[in-house]
Design a binder for this molecule. Sequence first.
Ligand code: NCD
Length: 315
Amino acid sequence: MKHLRSIPELGADGLTRLLELTNHMVEVNRRPVPKVPALRGRTVVSLFFEDSTRTRLSFETAAKRLSADTMTFSVSTSSVNKGESLRDTVETITDMGVDAFVVRHKSAGIPWQISDWTTAAVVNAGDGWHQHPTQALVDCFTVREARGCERFDGLTLTIVGDIKHSRVARSNIAAFSMLGAQIVLVAPPTLLPPDVAHWPVTVSHSLDDVVGRTDILYMLRLQSERMSQGHVPNLREYSERFGLDARRLAMLPSDAVVMHPGPMNRGVEMLIDPSALPNSLIHRQVANGVSVRMAVLFDLLAGESSAGNLREVAP
Ligand code: NCD
């Protein structure tokens, strides 16, 4: 694997390989000193043109735990503010000698463009509405861990909310269906993409109708920063129809789990305190984020000597 830009490009074999490798990284992270020399001498730069808490910090932590050097590019203090183009920025950083770019950008497709301009590996940390492959890896790994299974045949994943603007939904639909899950999308028609009929999903406009038949309830944030017009005329009405409240929680099957990629909109899609959820995987998602990103960076950068390096990370 040269880049990680999307789940379809990664494919089912790549997905399974990275999930298996994540198990080794979980073991490293359980050690008293969670650090291995696997990527010593490699440099990872994070190039974030959009805000992030979890994704950025977990990539940087992952790189450090593998002993890579890290560089952080901060748009607000860079020459982008002097009008420097994305291409010149990428070429400048490449000249300094980096091995991987971790990229987040508001425009879909930017990771593919960047990979034309650099010899370094490119990891997509979110491109517009399009893809967020490491979030899908995190979510698949977290469900595998919670259910103790490798594939999701017979499980129903219900994704609720702003599907239209969600790169997390697009990546998760691809990844969970590769592992055999049935996928149900729940949203008002205004928050569904026009081509949803071609997706491997069923669609409902009523959370009440489907909540009792779900194994994984995946809540999404309303992406207000990506909305150009009133997709949701009334926030209170949206919450009433699509929010997770105590009544709907009680309708979930007892072994169902609740997930959210964060950041949460409390009072919008989350009407109950998430810490009060008995079956929440939200903290596991964040914790697994570091191990998954270690697996991705290792897979991309460990290179020729990867067999030897793998012994360093294997139990
Ligand atoms: C998501 C993102 O940025 O795509 N967050 C994340 O990476 N955990 C989802 C979101 O912003 O709603």
